[in-house]
Design a protein around this ligand. Sequence first.
Ligand code: F6P
Length: 381
Amino acid sequence: MLKKVAILANGGDVSGFNAVIRAIVKTAENHNIECYGYIDGYNGLLKNDYVLLSTAGNGDAKGILAKGGSIIGSSTNSNVFNYKIKNEDGTIEYKDLSDVCIQNIKEAGFDCIFTLGGDGTQKSARDFATKGVNVIGVPKTIDNDVACTEITFGYNTAVSVAMEAIDRLHTTGETHHRIMVLEVMGRYAGWIALESAIAGGADVALIPEIPYDINKVATKIENRKKRGKEFSIVVVAEGAKPINGDITIMGKRDNGAGVDNTKLGGVGQVVAKQLEELTGLEARNTTLGYMQRGGSPTAFDRVLSTKYGVKAMQLALEGKFGTLAVIKNGKLDYALLEDVVGNNKQIGAVSGNTEESNIRKVTMDNDLIITARNIGINLGD
Ligand code: F6P
């Protein structure tokens, strides 16, 4: 019998966090289960900082379906299994504080913890499950790269924002006969770039999975010019890299130990400059950045997030812990957290941002690749 459960939202924010929280709370309330929320992801779990979530009266979880961000915050640097501690003398050390978290869960009397997040978040969730905590994950990330599910919440909103940007770049690009480059997010997977390029009618999409040859991109643009089209739209994923080259790095971020702390960015600018030189056309870059993560979710993401929240609570009611709510063959389902973040390469996943993790990348037989190629979108190869 479940009596008390808690939600934590972790990792970079996405549109749809609140819609998932609302759905879990509502389903819990329908089963007379109290639902709480940890503040700022795993940091809240460590600091024992949580609030009651309710859709009744002036409850926090009321009226949040359309709201961006997360009403309980989220953390991008709170790996409690390898937690960064700054000592008084300024030295830094890393400690496994997971037992403190487990003690906190026991004292609070939570029967299940819902972990809303991407592969890093679910890796910690898997580790808590291994230590006997009842955990259920919900797959989040705008990059759409969580293994074992066909779609993550937040992704569709990011694609829609990118599509609108492409629409706007089209009119300005056409007016001034320019190459308009749009840099979108996507560290290891090019889903956002590829899908928004199709949705927005772009001419080129460069993704991390296909190292690009800039000369081939220039040829595509020149061929368009020969046919009287003196402007082109190029969508570039932040993690795209040239053949025999490296990803473009902006600097470092501090997202904790065991994760990739490179801050990506700048490839759009590089590509724009090279295309200008190669084609003689003027080129401009726009970097979409965090616009893709903020704001209200699309109708699709509101529904997907609600479905995921309900499924997660159902899994808890069925006692199916150590799992992730997923979409498989278009339907709600679940996968073992071990398959999601473990070293299981049988599931079509490829190595991700930690040595052990699985990331769902775009594969060359994916419908989006086939569609893009058939309508003449150049993929840089
Ligand atoms: O993983 C989602 C993502 O938005 C990536 O596309 C991007 O590289 C990264 O997060 C940025 O994260 P941060 O919030 O640490 O800047």
